[in-house]
Design a protein around this ligand. Sequence first.
Ligand code: NAD
Length: 521
Amino acid sequence: MTTPTPNSAHLPITSTVGVIGAGTMGQGIAALALRAGHPVSLHDTRSEALESAAQAIDVSLGRWVKRGDMSADQQTICMARLALVETVEGLADCSLVIEAIIEDLAIKKTLFSALENIVSEDALLTSNTSSISITAIGACLRRPQRFLGMHFFNPATVLPLVEVISGEATSPEAAETVTETARVWGKHPVQCRSSPGFIVNRVARPFYGEALLALQEQACDAVTLDAALRDAGGFKMGPLELMDLIGHDTNFAVTRTVFNSFFQDPRYKPSLIQQALVDAGWLGRKTGRGFFHYGEGATVATPDYAAPHPAPATIILQGEIPGTASLLGLAGDHPVHIRREPGIGQLYLDGTLVQPSTGITATTLSAQCGVSDIVLFDASVNYAKATLIVLTKADQCSAQGLANAIGFFQALGKNVVVIDDVPGMLVTRTLCMLANEAAEAVCHGIASAADVDDAMLKGVNYPTGPLAWADGYGNGHIVTVLDNLAKAYPDGRYRASALLRRKAITRTRWIPTEQQSGANL
Ligand code: NAD
């Protein structure tokens, strides 16, 4: 067996691994365990599922052979180590069992109660559940200290993240052993406490929720919204196309579970828009229609880009606007001259006042400061790389006032979309809420800041860890945005995490500078 040396005192599992449930996840997990050199006993109540799983596992191993990760001989040896077992009793010699059966608490409890009497006293028992409390499953066991969550992401053979989830009774030793095992299997494990949504399915909720709310408020059309999060925000996929890919039935069910598990906290409130899609049977790609159309004849609409406008003649930057150096620095590469003057951080484009969104609408800001021509621009994970800038204008703003701003950002080489004047725009509210959710998970001791960021980078491919982004954007700025949003929506959804407020006051970082990767900038 080719097992790398573990880097902690806790040794990984080296003997037979049991996998229960030969479906989508069980197949991938079994392939990983075989590749790591374990004999694997795969059990399912349906013998036909076992047969097709064996074929699928062989295909997965074959992919690794093609990529040069293992030899054809190793593939044969791995397959010879795979035992298909028709009864749970066939798992008696396993030192680690990973359950990946139907997502049902009662059925999982029945299974683990039986399994506990079959395996040895020191075998570790884990569940790949996406949403059920690890504490609740473990409560059926005589020895719940050896029970924990081992949450792989789909496809398990590809996605690196594994959430190692401890229930109230799980022993730290069990968590460390499973963490090391995942590591030597080539995975990226993060540790967390059992709590609704664990890390990823919790912290990611605002990515969907903020998009759905902005769409409900008719901030812009669906294509433009996705373009904003992708081409301005820096995310690989827009939230609407991602929900179409996941399936609205699945995504809506997770949101509802998290919402109800948090005793209907408004922060996780499901959306009527998504409910309507589920009711209509428009579940996304798998049914040919969700927010978008798929299949033959489906066309891809383009975002509602602003028509070309000339750059303003006079561009004056008074002082510095925090977080925009990389954006305004682009002027050096384009025929755009910015006159710099002392001041409090304001940008004037032929008289139009242009500011980053702080969660307040342009219309409200205009009324507060008595200036009609106000345009706001949305946040970005990386303004220099972004191909799109999202703008909104005050209702009082003149057509020329808006044209000045559009022309300026176009002159910096960016596409521009103009959305309706919703609080926090699109990217700003999303990034601030992701950071707030991450902060709350850390505040409640669910996981460390580093593990939360790692989980979002490795589990859902975010362009930045939400907390590393918070460090760069400024925790104080996030609190300002959230407080402004809370004034616009006083239902508690936008309340800032207590720990985020403390970070804002003490000006301390979530992730030490030396641990921030380039991807986070
Ligand atoms: P699946 O439907 O593809 O496979 C489940 C398998 O379990 C089936 O083959 C079924 O016959 C078998 N099974 C059901 N009850 C059983 C029992 N009592 N004993 C033995 N076998 C039984 O399901 P899946 O998508 O692989 O999901 C499995 C688990 O993994 C669930 O808990 C799910 O929440 C979790 N999960 C799924 C995903 C995903 O994207 N599919 C991602 C992460 C976690």
